[in-house]
Ligand binder design. Sequence first.
Ligand code: GLP
Length: 241
Amino acid sequence: MAGPRITVVQDGEELARVAADLVADVISAIPAASIVAATGKTPMGLYAELAARRRAGILDTGAISAVQLDEYLGLEPDDDRSLLGWLQRSFLEPLGVGDDRVLRLPVDGDLDTACAAFDRTVEARGIDLAILGLGPNGHLGFNEPPSDPKSPTRVVELTPITLEANARYWGEGAEVPSEAVTLGMPHLLSARTVVLVIAGGGKRDIARRALTGPIGPEVPASFLQQTDAAVIVDRDAWGEP
Ligand code: GLP
């Protein structure tokens, strides 16, 4: 295993373009690709670039499907702060991916049973492409530390650092839900292609720890060192080359 391929880019525009080239390569090789797409700020430019390519007729997303990466628990079904809502606005609708082509994480009922069933479905289908961001504590999706490569799809208690980081997406005075459900680590680590996008000076320490530090459950993203993930990181997050 050669390990991750790290590309350092100047800014958000270059990050979006370089990442979109990788995503477009996957979709042209596998038109019906099953794709995990993270929410969060970092991949938004990438999704806008993909939508622009689709509008220009140079990217055909007509057969792709999506597998949900993470979701808060305890929300009303129509709460537009849900991660599914964010995914719909930023990725699914702009790329024309209808509800029938989205595998949604379970958010109610017997979650242990439902998460195990979800894992079986995803395992049978496989993930062709996982577009991931890096949490401030090294999480992938909501695989909070400690998470190891076998951590399945499950309910997680969000850590204070994640709650604080996500408060900016949640609205003045509102409390970020403390529980969530996340797609498990095995699906992310075994995706045929992983594209990890990292941006901003606030991610510098965790980016270095995840990509060059000791591999272990305390930094879940560090397990990507054992894969050939494509990492696209901006200069602010990586420092001068
Ligand atoms: C959130 C999400 C992750 C996302 C990460 C980074 O907590 N659960 O899926 O990748 O944080 O977000 P951002 O790109 O906004 O820094």
